[in-house]
Structures are given as structure tokens and as C-alpha cells.
Ligand binder design. Structure first.
Ligand code: PRT
Ligand code: MG
Length: 219
């Protein structure tokens, strides 16, 4: 039978997911960090992991390259939900999406006066929705990383980025001026796979969700 494939975002999400996968009985058999294999067999012979860029996880799951996926809500918000269902909030890789501006910049006043702000972000969908809901016109500048730099060199008045400890903002003389939404990693499934292969997927989903809930109860 075809194995169940789970696409997990590499980097900090995979680091936080590793103990949770182990608790679910789905630890990779080889050491994920040192192995150069792109497909990682797990303790369960019929379940395998693929570890890919966070932003690629929804694409793998949407097109059936993986049945299940784990990635950030931020990433899903930009990708959209076509062909996907969210099954659970796993409560890992917690952070928040926020607007930040240079310390001393009168952000609220600029908004009140209707000044047209330039906002740099990789989260153009979330940023567009956020400012549209407030009825505020901004010019969004799309960047792919290091958003914190943009206000420092005059590229933008403000940024929309993820914040966890706030240290990166602080180190660059920026302050959070508005919180947009909390962010955590989600378990997603391919809609067709869920329909066609529910019997194989259900125990895998159940063990991951149970491990996530147990982790939340302990914290
Ligand atoms: O970094 P790379 O380009 O390789 O890939 P990536 O950014 O896709 O992967 P990675 O490992 O950075 O993980 C990204 C995912 O982790 C995001 O999609 C979120 O769901 C989640 N996550 C949780 C975070 C953070 N917390 C986080 N703090 N992703 C990024 N950050 C960055 C943030 O962008 C900012 O630059 O960390 C900095 C802020 O951190 P503090 O602690 O200084 O506030
Ligand atoms: Mg990163």
C-alpha cells in the first residue's frame, strides 16, 4: 500500500515538531539533521516524512505530493486554502504577525491624518487584508526576507513581520505598533486524500493531534 506522506516545514517548525512526532510514534528512523535523504522513513513502516521549505508545504499537500502537512498559519494565509483542509492547531512555533515601525515614528497619528504609508512585507495577503479592514490605504512593498532593514534605509515607513521574543525588532530600533494575529503551526490535509484514504490517514492524524494536545496540557 502507498505510504502516508507528511510534509513538515524545515527549520524551527521541524525542530519543535520533532519531539511531538516522536511522541506520536512517528520519529524519523535516521537522524533528520545529518541524513541527506529527502524522504525520511519513520518508526511506522507505512508513514514517511518529507522536510521542505515552510512555504512549499501547502503546495506539496495541495497537489498530492504529500497527504498531510505541517506549516505556519502565516504561510497558509499567503498560499490560500485551495484543495486543503486545516485539521488542527498544533500549538508549535508560536509567534504573532505584527506591524512595526521605527521607535519614535508617530504611526497612529500618520494613520489618523491619512498619510499614505509605505509598508514592506513578505506577508502581502495578510497585510492587504489587515489595512483594508481598517480602511487604511498603504503602499505595500514586497520583500522576501530581512523586512527589519527596510525602515532603516528609508525603503518603507513600517513593516509587517512575525515577532516572537521582540529581540529582532529591538536590535533594529523598531517597535511593535499593532498586533495583527497570533500564528502557530497547523496540520493540513489534501481534501481528495482525506476522502479517498480516510482509513489510512485517520490513525496518523489522531496520533499527531493527541501528542499536540498532551504537549499543550503539560505546558
Ligand atoms: O528562514 P528561511 O528563509 O530558511 O525559511 P523560513 O523563514 O521559511 O523558515 P524558518 O525556519 O524561519 O521558519 C518559518 C516559520 O516559523 C514561519 O512561517 C512561522 O510559522 C514560524 N515562526 C515562529 C517564525 C518565528 N516564530 C519568527 N520569530 N518565523 C520567523 N521568525 C522570524 C521573524 O521573521 C523575525 O525576523 O524571527 C524574527 C523575530 O524573532 P524575535 O524572537 O526576535 O521576535
Ligand atoms: Mg526564517
Amino acid at each position: 500500500m502507498k505510504p502516508v506522506t507528511i510534509a513538515v516545514a524545515k527549520g524551527r517548525i521541524f525542530s519543535e515538531m520533532a519531539p511531538l512526532l516522536a511522541a506520536a510514534g512517528l520519529a524519523p528512523v535516521a537522524d533528520a539533521a545529518s541524513s541527506r535523504q529527502l524522504i525520511l522513513p519513520t518508526q511506522q513502516a507505512d508513514v514517511q516524512l518529507v522536510v521542505v521549505r515552510a512555504a512549499d508545504v501547502p503546495t506539496y499537500v495541495q497537489y498530492g505530493g504529500a497527504d498531510l502537512g505541517v506549516t505556519g498559519k502565516d504561510v497558509l494565509g499567503e498560499h490560500g486554502w485551495e484543495g486543503l483542509y486545516e485539521l488542527a492547531d498544533l500549538g508549535v512555533a508560536l509567534c504573532r504577525l505584527a506591524v512595526a515601525a521605527p521607535d519614535g515614528f508617530a504611526y497612529e497619528e500618520a494613520i489618523r491624518l491619512g498619510r499614505r504609508l509605505r509598508v514592506a512585507t513578505k506577508y502581502v495577503v495578510a497585510a492587504r487584508d489587515h489595512f483594508a479592514a481598517k480602511g487604511v490605504h498603504v503602499d505595500l512593498i514586497r520583500l522576501y526576507g530581512s523586512m527589519e532593514l527596510a525602515p532603516l534605509v528609508g525603503l518603507a515607513d513600517a513593516i509587517v513581520d512575525l515577532v516572537s521574543t521582540g529581540r529582532t525588532l529591538q536590535a533594529n530600533g523598531l517597535v511593535e505598533v499593532e498586533t495583527i494575529a497570533p500564528v502557530s503551526s497547523r496540520l493540513i490535509v489534501n481534501q481528495a486524500a482525506l476522502k479517498m484514504n480516510e482509513r489510512a490517514l485517520f490513525p496518523v492524524v489522531e496520533s499527531i493531534v493527541r501528542a499536540a494536545n498532551e504537549r499543550l496540557e503539560r505546558s
